[in-house]
Design a protein around this ligand. Structure first.
Ligand SMILES: [Mg+2]
Length: 266
C-alpha cells in the first residue's frame, strides 16, 4: 500500500537547538502539496501542544497544534483514562502538573508525593533529592510507575542535564521497579499515532534521528522507517545498533525524504 501519512520526529529531525534544519520547511511544504498527511511526534513533555506549536512557529516551522502528538499530552491522557481521579505525583514541569490536574487528577505536592497511587517521571529542570525520594518511596509502596520517555539527557545551550530516562533509572534502581514508558516507543504512543492518522500501518512512514525511539516506534507500528543523520545518530553508531532498531532507509538530510517516499511508493 502506498504511503499516505508521515510521522516526523521534531528534535534532531526538524530542529536542532532552536534552529530549523536546512530544507525542513520546504520539504514539509512539498509533502503537504503532494497530499501526505503529516503528524509530528515529539518526546517533549514540559509544555502543552499549543506551546510546542507556538515555539516551532517562532523558529520558522508552521505546524498546527492538531498535528502534534507529544509524550506529555499522551502521558496525561493515558493516566487520566486508566486511573481517573487518582492521586498522582509528577517529577516534571509545572505545566505538566497543571495539565494532570486539568485532566481530573489529584496532583500531590513534594511533601505529599510518597502517598501517590501513580508516579509520572518527566523532564524536570528543578529536580532534587526530595522529588526523587518522594517518587521512589511512592513506587516502593506500590504506586504505578510511569515515565514520559526514556531520553538519557536534555541538551541545553552549554551543557547536558539528565533527561526523564535518567531520572526514572535513578528511581528504578533505588526500588528495583521498572517504569512503564508512555512516549516513544510504547504501545500507548502507537495507539495515539494510529488515532491521529486513522491510516493502515502499511501506509505510514516514521522518520526520525534516533533508532531506539523513532525507528522502534515505526517498527511497533508496522510502518516504513527512515533514519535521518541530522540529529544525534552518526553512521558509525548504526553498526552497533540492534537489528530490531535498524531503519528501512538511512538519509543524510530531510530534503531526501520526498525521493525516498517516491521509491517506497513505486
Ligand atoms: Mg529526535
Amino acid at each position: 500500500m502506498a504511503i499516505q501519512g508521515i510521522v516526523f520526529d521534531v528534535d534532531g529531525t526538524l530542529v536542532l537547538e532552536e534552529r530549523v534544519l536546512d530544507g525542513a520547511p520546504e520539504t514539509l511544504e512539498l509533502l503537504r502539496r503532494l497530499g501526505y498527511q503529516l503528524l509530528f511526534c515529539t518526546q517533549q513533555n514540559q509544555h502543552s501542544d499549543r506551546k510546542i506549536s507556538d515555539r516551532l512557529k517562532s523558529v520558522g516551522l508552521d505546524i498546527p497544534e492538531r498535528e502534534i502528538v507529544s509524550a506529555g499530552t499522551v502521558s496525561v491522557s493515558a493516566i487520566a483514562e486508566r486511573h481517573p481521579g487518582s492521586q498522582v505525583y509528577a517529577v516534571g514541569s509545572t505545566s505538566l502538573r497543571d495539565r494532570l490536574e486539568k485532566a481530573g487528577m489529584k496532583v500531590l505536592t513534594d511533601q505529599q508525593g510518597e502517598r501517590a497511587e501513580v508516579v509520572l517521571v518527566a523532564t524536570d529542570y528543578n529536580v532534587n533529592q526530595m522529588r526523587l525520594s518522594a517518587a521512589a518511596e511512592a513506587v516502593r509502596r506500590g504506586a504505578i510507575f510511569y515515565v514520559t520517555n526514556l531520553d538519557r539527557g536534555e541538551p541545553m545551550k552549554d551543557r547536558i542535564i539528565p533527561g526523564p530516562g535518567s531520572l526514572a533509572v535513578a528511581i528504578a534502581y533505588t526500588v528495583r521497579r521498572r517504569p512503564i514508558v508512555l512516549g516513544k516507543p510504547s504501545p500507548t504512543m502507537v495507539a495515539a499515532v494510529r488515532d491521529h492518522l486513522g491510516l493502515a500501518s502499511s501506509s505510514i512512514a516514521v522518520i526520525g534521528d534516533q533508532p531506539a525511539q523513532d525507528v522502534r516506534l515505526g517498527r511497533m507500528l508496522g510502518a516504513a522507517t527512515a533514519l535521518l543523520l541530522s540529529g544525534v545518530t552518526t553512521i558509525d553508531e548504526l553498526d552497533r545498533t540492534p537489528s530490531s532498531y535498524l531503519p528501512d532507509a538511512v538519509l543524510t538530510s530531510i530534503s531526501e525524504v520526498p525521493l525516498w517516499l517516491e521509491q517506497v511508493n513505486a
